[in-house]
Design a protein around this ligand. Structure first.
Ligand code: MRU
Length: 396
């Protein structure tokens, strides 16, 4: 797939676009070890639920391909080594469930390789490593396919259920955080729906929030929207209510479309801080609220939002900001970056990276397997779209 690429991979070589340098600089860092991947994820050089899982899975693959398998000689030792590296990577960021699901899948994959008769032979070890690499590469490849389907299902559902449309059948939408190519292996989830609406000729306008405090909206989504030539406007998070109040009818604003870091069994959804406020506003203004989430972002083990662990980040994300310097001539000088204090450095700070939107405020959850809407009891039922996982985790 052409266009922006957060992750570049060929077997043995993994490169990640440093998103802290965007939108001013395009710099790829090579990732050679799990430690480097851990740091890259934790420092948010790569971010977004699917991209985090892909980088973790591929980084360990690069290590294995390069011959680094600890002291493992037997197949049991190889599996233990892989599991302990994956457990380490799991600690990098706690809220997004894609990483948990990817790790579980990779562990199941290596445990199920048939190595009978080769337990103490290098062939057994190689078979396990080959299976790991194939599974990690499949996670990467499948993600774009998944996103294209989410784009298709989501745009169709919105056009059928839009509370308002222009005379020519177009809608406008608002999105939060970044859910595009930079947060995934390509196309994107929520931004994928917007992209599909645009390519289908059904998008009038996209509003994107700045997404304080980390500014994924202004740094990344705004960049992607401009890059793709999608008609769009950047607003601060606090302007969303005013946009609905003053522009909903003029622009036919039909939906807020967001991604997800973790959707739990009843549909409660953890996503970037500020998502919950947008859902409340959308309800008040009669605008649809759509969550775009691959099934890898669904956590059937956790019953409702109260069970979601929310990552809290550094106070400096609120009290300081960094970016490229704007010269006296008004031009951005990408060769110079500066870090600026924007608040008293001694103020107390609370910085949860995510919030939980109750299922009650969500109209549709769009997955690659179709759109799930609420049942009469007000919660979402994922049994039909993921029957195998449901049977395994919840029972019948
Ligand atoms: O903290 P981040 O930048 O990793 O958070 C990203 C978001 O919250 C996204 O909206 C979400 O992960 C969906 S990514 C397709």
């Amino acid at each position: 797939m052409s266009g922006l690429q957060a992750i570049r991979y060929t077997r043995g070589k993994l490169e990640v676009l440093d998103q802290l340098k965007l939108p001013h600089e395009h710099h790829y860092d090579e990732i050679l070890t799990s430690e480097e991947a851990f740091e890259c994820i934790k420092s948010m050089r790569v971010r977004g639920a699917p991209a985090i899982a892909i980088v973790a899975a591929l980084a360990h693959g690069v290590e294995l391909h390069g011959g680094s398998c600890g002291d493992a000689t037997t197949t049991d030792e190889t599996i233990s080594h892989i599991e302990s590296r994956l457990d380490y990577l799991f600690q990098s960021r706690p809220t997004a469930v894609d990483l948990t699901n990817a790790i579980e899948h990779l562990k199941n994959t290596v445990r199920s390789v048939d190595v009978s008769g080769k337990e103490d032979h290098p062939d057994g070890r190689e078979a396990i490593i080959d299976a790991y690499l194939a599974a990690a590469e499949e996670i990467f490849r499948k993600d774009t396919e998944t996103n294209l389907l989410i784009g298709e299902h989501g745009s169709k559902w919105l056009l059928e259920n839009a509370p308002t449309k222009s005379a020519t059948g177009e809608v406008s939408v608002l999105t939060h955080c970044n859910t595009g190519s930079l947060a995934t292996s390509g196309h994107g989830t929520a931004l994928g729906i917007i992209r599909s609406l645009h390519t289908g000729g059904h998008l009038h306008h996209a509003f994107c929030t700045e997404t304080r405090p980390y500014n994924q909206g202004s740094r990344l989504t705004a960049f992607e929207l401009v890059y793709e030539g999608i008609p769009s406007t950047l607003i601060t998070d606090s302007m969303a209510g005013a946009v609905f109040a003053t522009k909903k009818d003029e622009k036919n604003i039909a939906a807020v479309i967001v991604g997800a870091d973790r959707v739990v069994r009843n549909g409660d959804t953890a996503n970037k801080i500020g998502t919950y406020s947008l859902a409340v506003l959308a309800k008040y203004h009669g605008v649809k609220f759509i969550v775009a989430a691959p099934t890898t972002s669904i956590d059937l083990q956790t019953e409702n939002g109260a069970g979601i662990k929310i990552e809290e980040r550094n106070p400096e994300e609120l009290t300081q900001i960094s970016g490229a310097v704007v010269g006296k001539d008004g031009k951005v000088d990408v060769s110079q970056t500066a870090r600026i204090a924007t608040a008293h450095q001694d103020i107390g700070v609370w910085n949860p990276a995510f919030d939980v939107t109750p299922a009650e405020l969500i109209d549709a959850i769009v997955t690659e397997r179709g759109v799930v809407v609420k049942g009469v009891d007000g919660s979402f039922d994922f049994k039909d779209i993921m029957p195998e996982r449901w049977a395994k985790v919840v029972g019948n």
